[in-house]
Ligand binder design. Structure first.
Ligand code: DMJ
Length: 934
């Protein structure tokens, strides 16, 4: 485990307790000095190549922004597959994700300052005029306070900051008279009613027109919010106060932060993921640096930089030390429980944590930043993008990727700090992958599944607000940007706020600085910036040496269960506790251990076995702890295995002009016909069958002969449709859902089941598309007549030739996947099927993933099924790289323990009633873990 961040000491004296106005400037200078350092670790990139890549970023931005303006504006976002705007209420609801959409031309506002960074001043001027002319902030729509703050308020303030900068330069925006700021102020006042709680924590949602309380508001009944939601306001709200002189905004944001700080778990100094806005109780007590918490930490450090208030730095450093002690397990960052921080809460990480290395650069802690970034890069190299969540052994947990910018952000900051051209190469890879896999004729489409390469009809506004800024800045030289970027700080949405705000209207910070922080010891103030001048000139290979051991961390990783197990058992030579993956319900020794742990087996009427733990029945507090961990493992195992047993989705890729393979649709597989993951993909032109439902002999065999036949779902079994089109000579089939408006964005995919008879006679591949995806093909036929598609398990290369050659990386990947299957863990879990005769459930969307059906119990399969030999967790992978995992864990834990002598983990001293007191909390936390939404 990493040591605490304090006193890492990368160089000369820190700007300790400097007056806050100086601190802001110093932070900027630190980054500035970093740019002058160049190491020789990787071959330098020529200026021409950097310029070429910068220009490529500009072209990509034009493609994304141009298509938004042409096809979507004034809607909030572009739907790049169907080339239209996403208007809330007109599309099927996607749940919380839609709370960012307030019918206020979100993407335009979020893009404002990107236009200036990319030197598109003319377009910026046009865009500002459009915002002033068209945007209405008074819509009867319920929006997320957090998203509206970071994207819209931040976007308006970023736009204002650069508008006044341009005006002062004397060439552009001469007509500008703080209109964006006035809009920002109007929006600020609209958000204030959300803070009307006794705690001062804001409600998570507000109605832009009716606020919170009015009956028409349709919100205001929520009790919980996420920590990041309540703790990511200070930059925008303070900037609004300081720009306008209206102190109320900064006051409210400070109050919310003060409350969160008060509520931190006092022994671990960590915060949970969600909190009750009325009582201040932690609702979810798991803690990490990703989803739900991320930007709370970011804003503490950046509030110190922008506002110069020492109390924010002190809080940040306190949390940071806790993160490095408990959550950081280099190169991993793993969630833990706030009150039991040595206990991992998950075995997977989410993509949002990719911002953290960037924050560590700002903090000055370069080594772990390099390590985590390198690990993330290895995951990206395997899957082309960072999946929304991935396990500690780097398998995909949630396969989506909505074009998030966090990794690009960290890449930029690491390049600034190290000057290592390696990070330019990383940026180049990101650009290539975006163009190769996400670019579609109408913009860039989010990845629905990084494994198949299929798309989702969304292009989030943060893609324009953040991704293009960080990528452009990565390759830009100082003279490529029309202002000095070092004079600004990036908000979490990459909006730019000027550092000079630190000296403007500072009355609020003076008024509210509590005496608690006025006499702090100097030791509370760590470095805020890496002293790269000292660090790198002496050791130009510094970053490379840190990265080197991690080069194969993904490819050569072995399956890992719970990373942290009770280490002292190993050290004392005691038998390691029973692991869920080893458990056999027929093994009497295991049953005895279960009993000791207070876990009982209940045989359900339907033949399943349910595990229930009562800590009070455990033989000792240690056994109760083991039981707790065992239950957690069992729940995670069930969830993981459910996923592994499901057939992965398939892809329908449109390969003919003008798509050239760029549009990839998520498709459901069939339980009959050839398995596309084993057989070569099928490619052919599409033709509709007659009758369209394909339920009888086709009347147009000449039209479908040698083609891929389209049939509509319904009226007969899938297998019958397959036989009818096969008899007509079709080489494949696509069943399109008859339920109008259905989409894989909103409905879980399923696999088409057979008809209960032998289906070996079906020799053609069949895939299923929901109506929305199907209509993309039908529209294409209407427009281009000849439409050729590829049916496969994974999208193929997207060059105009669309040659059929498999990429070497795909081969490696399928080898890796088969390796994963061979070593997958064996206790069979219960899959409660609720299938209609013709379908069975495939992947559920993340929000519906739940670890177990019951609240405090894990269901497993009947004992006879679990008696199959359990997977040996020492089983070598196919390339022979995996060795004794427990031995490694033992070594690791000893190192951790030695480096943290003050970590108390002596559970023997903990009385059973104190364990019981925590018990319900643990169970709740486990239940919530996988319900997490990003
Ligand atoms: C952005 O809206 C912000 O960066 C936010 O803090 C969380 N992540 C999204 C993009 O992934």
């Amino acid at each position: 485990m990493g040591a605490a961040g304090g006193g890492r000491g990368y160089g000369s004296p820190a700007p300790q307790r400097a007056p806050w106005n100086l601190v802001a400037a110093t932070a900027a200078l630190c980054l500035l000095s970093a740019t002058s350092v160049r190491t020789a670790a990787a071959a330098p990139m020529s200026r021409e190549e950097k310029q070429r890549l910068g220009n490529q970023v500009l072209e990509m931005f034009d493609h994304a922004y141009g298509n938004y303006m042409e096809h979507a504006y004034p809607a909030d976002e572009l739907m790049p597959l169907t080339c239209r705007g996403r208007v809330r209420g007109q599309e099927p609801s996607r749940g919380d994700v839609d709370d960012a959409l307030g019918k206020f031309s979100l993407t335009l506002i979020d893009s404002l300052d990107t236009l200036v960074v990319l030197n598109k001043t003319k377009e910026f001027e046009d865009a500002v005029r459009k915002v002033l002319r068209d945007v209405n902030l008074d819509n009867d729509v319920v929006v997320s306070v957090f998203e509206t703050n970071i994207r819209v308020l931040g976007g308006l303030l970023g736009g204002h900051s650069l508008a006044i900068m341009l005006k002062e330069k004397g060439e552009h925006m001469q007509w500008y008279n703080d209109e964006l700021l006035q809009m920002a102020k109007q929006l600020g006042y609209k958000l204030l009613p959300a803070f009307n709680t006794t705690s001062g924590l804001p409600y998570p949602r507000i109605n832009l027109k009716f606020g919170i309380r009015k009956p028409e508001a349709r919100t205001g009944t929520e009790t919980d919010t996420c920590t990041a939601c309540a703790g990511t306001l200070i930059l925008e709200f303070a900037a609004l106060s300081r720009f306008t002189g209206a102190t109320i905004f900064e006051e409210y944001a400070r109050k919310a932060l003060d409350f969160l700080w008060e509520k931190r778990q006092r022994s671990s100094n960590l915060v949970g993921v969600t909190i009750n806005i009325h009582t201040g109780d932690w609702v979810r007590k798991d803690s990490g640096v990703g989803a739900g918490i991320d930007s709370y930490y970011e804003y503490l450090l950046k509030a110190y930089v922008l506002l110069g208030d020492d109390s924010f730095l002190e809080r940040f450093n306190t949390h940071y030390n806790a993160i490095m002690r408990y959550i950081s397990q280099p190169p991993l960052l793993l969630d833990v429980h706030i009150h039991k921080p040595m206990l991992n809460a998950r075995t997977w990480m989410d993509a949002l944590l990719a911002f953290f290395p960037g924050l560590q650069v700002l903090k000055g802690d370069i080594r772990p930043a390099i390590e985590t970034h390198e690990m993330l890069y290895q995951v990206i190299k395997k899957h082309n993008f960072l999946p929304e969540a991935f396990t500690t052994d780097f398998r995909v947990h949630w396969a989506q990727h909505p074009l998030r910018p966090e990794f690009a952000e960290s890449t930029y900051f690491l390049y600034k700090a190290t000057g290592d051209p390696y990070y330019l190469e990383v940026g180049k890879t990101l650009i290539e992958n975006l163009n190769k896999y996400a670019r579609v004729p109408c913009g860039f489409a989010a990845m629905k599944d990084v494994r198949t390469g299929s798309h989702e009809d969304r292009m989030d506004s943060f893609f324009l607000a953040e991704m293009f800024k960080y990528l452009y800045l990565l390759f830009a030289d100082k003279e490529d940007i029309i202002f000095d970027i070092e004079d600004y700080i990036f908000t979490t949405e990459a909006h730019l706020l000027p550092l000079w705000l630190s000296t403007t209207n500072q009355s609020i910070s003076k008024k509210n600085t509590t005496s608690e922080y006025t006499e702090l010891d100097d030791s509370n103030f760590d470095w805020t910036c890496p002293n790269t001048q000292i660090l790198f000139p002496h050791d130009p290979l510094y970053a490379q040496r840190i990265r080197e051991p991690l080069k194969n961390v993904v490819d050569k990783s072995c399956p890992r269960g719970i990373i942290r197990v009770r280490e002292e058992s190993f050290r004392s030579g005691a038998k390691p506790p029973l692991r869920a993956r080893d458990f056999m319900a027929t093994n009497p020794e295991h049953l005895e251990i279960l009993k000791k742990m207070g876990v009982s087996l209940i045989h359900l009427k339907d033949g399943r076995v349910q595990l229930v733990q009562h800590a009070i029945q455990a033989a000792s507090s240690i056994d109760a702890e083991d039981g707790l961990r065992f239950m957690q493992e069992m729940i995670e195992l069930s969830s993981q295995q459910q996923k592994e047993q499901q057939l992965p989705p398939r892809a329908v890729q449109i390969v003919s002009h003008p798509f050239f393979g760029r549009v990839v649709l998520t498709a459901g597989p069939a339980q009959f016909g050839p398995d596309l993951s084993k057989h070569k993909e099928t490619r052919g032109f599409v033709a509709s069958s007659k009758p369209y439902n394909g339920c009888s002999e086709l009347t147009n065999p000449e039209a479908v002969m040698g083609k891929i036949a389209l049939v509509q779902r319904g009226q007969c079994m899938f297998a019958e449709k397959a036989r009818n089109i096969q008899n007509a000579g079709a080489i494949g089939g696509i069943v399109i859902d008859d339920n109008e408006g259905s989409s894989s964005d909103t409905a879980p995919l399923f696999q088409m089941a057979g008809d209960g008879k032998d289906t070996d006679d079906i020799k053609i591949p069949m895939l299923f598309l929901f109506s929305k995806e199907g209509s993309i093909i039908l529209d294409a036929i209407r427009e281009y007549e000849e439409v050729e598609v590829l049916l496969s398990d994974k999208a193929k290369d997207r060059d105009p030739e669309m040659d059929n050659e498999e990429q070497p990386s795909s081969e490696n990947e399928s080898q890796n996947q088969s390796a994963e299957q061979i070593i997958s863990i064996s206790p069979t879990v219960d899959l409660v099927d609720q299938e209609t005769p013709e379908e069975s459930s495939l992947n559920s969307p993340p929000e519906s993933l739940s670890p177990a059906d019951t609240e405090d119990a894990a269901n497993i399969s009947p004992p006879e099924q679990t008696s199959s030999p359990p997977a040996n967790h020492e089983t070598p992978s196919l390339d022979g790289e995996c060795t004794d995992l427990d031995h490694q864990l033992e070594e690791q834990s000893e190192t951790e323990e030695n480096s943290n002598p003050d970590v108390s983990w002596d559970k023997k001293a903990q009385p059973i009633d104190s364990i019981l007191a925590d018990w319900n909390e643990d169970i709740e936390a486990f239940e919530m873990m996988e319900k997490d939404e990003l």
